[in-house]
Design a protein around this ligand. Structure first.
Ligand SMILES: [Fe+2]
Length: 345
């Protein structure tokens, strides 16, 4: 990215030396500051393209979502961030509730992002989608047809389920979706049922659940879809082996659809360049950018005109739960309490 920026600077300088036009015609590069919790190569590639196409210098600040939000809070009006990029509805809602984002109204962006995948006031917009699906090893396990995530609380799954800790926001949003669909009491019984069915105490990340599955520690794992892509394409031979052995199952196809979460972006409350920030958001939502997210990071495009990467397409198309992402965020605190009550570690 820096090399590209450097090249760009040289090109601009050469243009200013060789051109006979007055120098004031050479535009100074504008700057845009991006606070991002994502740390993927796909993002770096898209950022570099934006710099080149729009003659903008991006200042990218990478840290955890909590660190970035605390930084925005403590910097207040002096915060240089133009946009905040993070993953999961819960975090985007938290940033909105804390007053860190500003409402944005932009018809071009709104035409791309379906209404359930953005904040009604435009505080944030989804950039990519990821399904929270069920992973299994098809060589030794068959899953029944019509399986719903709700079914995993049934005694038939005792000792068979691998899933990470309830501190994880992906699980919190999944539980929030069950609170929305069935109410708090039903969501609590579900969480208690899953706890009773766990193959082991929750530990590790989604990739670790699939590794444990491959090692025969359980029969199914609850994971985000893109982690399977990361395993399949991993340079680590064991991870690649695990990836090849695992199949994804999208639950709830006969009902409300598989739970889907997002990564998203919002314009910072005190953005020095709010207008340019919108151009940046539109760039990330363009068809070519969306296809990079899909092919390089195995996420599903938000822009319906973008083609899904062949690896993702090989997992099959599926019905998505279209519960509003904002509602997931709004039920995050309740989900955390329900998990505590269910003693899901
Ligand atoms: Fe993740």
């Amino acid at each position: 990215m820096y090399r590209l920026t450097g090249l760009l600077t040289i090109v601009v300088l050469l243009a200013s030396c060789s051109s006979e036009e007055p120098q004031e015609h050479v535009q100074e590069a504008q700057e845009l500051t991006v606070y991002t919790h994502r740390h993927y190569e796909a993002d770096q590639e898209l950022f570099a393209q934006f710099e080149k196409e729009h003659n903008v210098k991006l200042n990218v600040v990478n840290a955890s979502a909590d660190e970035l939000m605390n930084k925005m809070k403590s910097e207040g009006e002096l915060c240089p961030a133009d946009v905040l990029i993070t993953v999961d509805a819960g975090r985007l809602q938290r940033a909105t509730d804390q007053g860190l984002l500003q409402p944005t109204s932009n018809p071009a962006i709104e035409a791309i992002v379906p209404s359930h995948l953005r904040d009604a006031q435009g505080h944030w917009f989804a950039l990519t989608k990821r399904a929270r699906a069920i992973a299994y090893n098809a060589s030794n396990t068959t899953l029944p047809e019509g399986l719903a995530i709700e079914d995993l609380a049934a005694p038939a799954w005792k000792g068979k389920i691998l899933v990470r800790s309830s501190e994880n926001i992906y699980n919190q949003s999944l539980l929030a979706s069950l609170i929305i669909h069935h109410g708090r009491d039903s969501a609590l019984s579900w969480a208690q049922g899953v706890v009773a069915n766990m193959a082991r105490e929750p530990k590790g990340n989604d990739r670790d659940q699939m590794k444990a599955l491959y090692a025969g520690e359980g029969e199914l794992a609850i994971v985000n879809s893109y982690y399977l892509g990361k395993l399949v394409q991993s340079e680590d031979s064991l991870e690649a082996e695990v990836g090849k052995a695992i199949t994804l199952y999208f639950p709830n196809q006969d009902g409300h659809g598989a739970h889907v979460n997002i990564s998203g972006i919002g314009v910072a409350k005190h953005a020095p360049n709010a207008e340019l920030a919108q151009t940046f958001i539109a760039h990330l939502l363009s068809v070519p950018s969306q296809e990079v997210f899909s092919s390089a990071n195995f996420e599903y495009p938000v822009n319906s005109n973008a083609t899904v990467d062949p690896l993702l397409a090989s997992w099959g198309s599926f019905k998505e739960d279209d519960v509003s992402i904002a509602a997931l965020g709004a039920h995050n605190k309740e989900a955390v309490l329900v998990f505590d009550e269910a003693q899901w570690k």
